[in-house]
Design a protein. Structure first.
Length: 132
């Protein structure tokens, strides 16, 4: 997905992975380099890493949660958003459930507003929220 976003926002995408060789595929890493996608070898669920990565993004920020534990990632990054930012989660309906009580608690705690739920989720397996 970083490549897809890199095509639309050259120089404005950051991704991270914990694997020792980046993403493991030199072709993907070369595409990242050519599109200006910034890659960091780190654990995206480490609060210090998350804060550092978010602070480096231009405003308004768009955060896409597509890690192995999407509810935990959503909870962490939702707390780092500021007014005008947006957060989305991939794999809705299989790994992430927008109406789950833990999701709703995060949404309420951080004042998030669901964005175009009826238009987007049916076709993309993504759920979006914006900040107030």
């Amino acid at each position: 997905l970083a490549v897809l976003f890199g095509l639309h926002c050259p120089g404005g995408v950051m991704t991270c992975d914990i694997t020792p060789d980046g993403l493991g595929d030199p072709h993907i890493l070369d595409l990242h380099r050519r599109l200006g996608v910034r890659f960091e070898r780190a654990d995206c669920r480490d609060p210090a890493v998350a804060a550092r990565m978010v602070s480096r993004l231009a405003r308004p920020r768009f955060i896409l949660c597509d890690d192995g534990d999407k509810p935990a990632e959503f909870a962490l990054y939702a707390g780092l958003l500021e007014s005008g930012d947006m957060i989305a989660v991939h794999d809705v309906g299989s790994e992430f459930f927008p109406d789950a009580p833990e999701t709703q608690a995060v949404v309420a705690r951080h004042g998030l507003v669901r964005w175009r739920a009826n238009e987007v989720e049916e076709r993309s397996l993504l759920a979006f929220w914006t900040t107030r």
